[in-house]
Design a protein around this ligand. Structure first.
Ligand SMILES: C[S@@+](CC[C@H](N)C(=O)[O-])C[C@H]1O[C@@H](n2cnc3c(N)ncnc32)[C@H](O)[C@@H]1O
Length: 263
């Protein structure tokens, strides 16, 4: 089933002292500021400022809500600081070696899990995110995480820009070109009805199923100094029907590697 994107309905503050922050972000994102006593409507996406940071909330037909916030100090991210098989696949795909730390452009940042993994290996990562709502969640989470000594070093190697990847890539000079460009398109719709994690449900509701969007793969290959890495579900067709130079295959997903012409 194709899911249409949902416009962010606005932002609320959980407590009165968070109102100025919420109002500032409402102005920045040009979305309404919603009073705390206003009931969330059905099938909507909202932002909410809580004492523990900025949350994204999605409501269903009965106005029951699901909420998620990016927390780099949380187990979901901290696990990525440790070496696991999952991390090794990504490390191998980008060509990481202890003496070679590629500069990575993550052109589809999302919740920045992959960027965080790459930065924890020591790579400098520039993240691009075209959704202003997601970019705001990322910026706020990075600011908050910078006060946690467990992750501050890793976050220091990451920066986020709210922009469309195609636009960004066309403006890069050859000197600014990253070693690796990483693309993780939205997963194609699942054929079987399977339970999807809450943050992916929210992401799908916010962005819709954008798997038919043409991804700037050829432009990325022409731009990267070393390679382009595309994350795909294990059984999915090649992105833009372009066959990669080689693949690194994991349990549920695979990385398709396109070596740059100069490589
Ligand atoms: C599947 S999510 C990426 C998940 C991410 N790898 C992670 O670890 O959390 C894809 C994200 O890329 C963003 N995106 C898709 N196409 C883009 C483009 N052309 N430019 C910038 N961002 C894009 C979407 O808004 C979405 O947030």
């Amino acid at each position: 089933m194709k899911i249409e994107p949902t416009l962010c309905a606005g932002i609320q503050a959980e407590l009165p002292h968070l109102r100025p922050l919420a109002q500032q972000l409402a102005a920045q994102l040009q979305i309404p500021f919603i009073e705390a006593n206003q009931k969330l409507t059905a099938n909507a996406i909202y932002l909410q400022y809580h004492t523990d940071g900025l949350h994204i909330v999605s409501t269903n037909a009965k106005s029951k809500s699901l909420s998620f916030h990016i927390d780099f100090s949380d187990g979901l991210y901290l696990r990525r600081l440790q070496t696991s098989d999952k991390n090794q696949g990504l490390a191998k795909a980008v060509g990481f070696k202890p003496h070679y730390l590629p500069r990575v452009l993550d052109a589809t940042a999302g919740f920045a899990r992959d960027s965080f993994t790459l930065a924890s290996l020591g790579c400098r990562v520039t993240m691009l995110e075209r959704s202003p709502v997601l970019a705001a969640l990322l910026s706020e989470a990075m600011e908050r995480g910078s006060y946690d000594h467990n992750v501050a070093d890793t976050l220091e190697r990451m920066q986020v820009q709210c922009t469309e990847a195609m636009k960004y890539l066309t403006q890069l000079t050859p000197e600014q070109a990253p070693d690796v460009i990483y693309l993780d398109p939205m997963f194609p719709e699942r054929k079987k009805k399977a339970q999807v994690k809450k943050e992916m449900q929210i992401l799908h509701q916010l962005l819709g199923s954008d798997d038919h969007t043409p991804y700037p793969l050829q432009l990325a290959i022409n731009t990267a100094k070393n390679r382009v890495v595309v994350k795909r579900p294990k059984q999915a067709e090649d992105l833009n029907n372009m066959e990669p130079s080689f693949r690194v295959t994991g349990k549920a997903s695979r990385y398709d590697i396109y070596l740059a012409d100069s490589d």
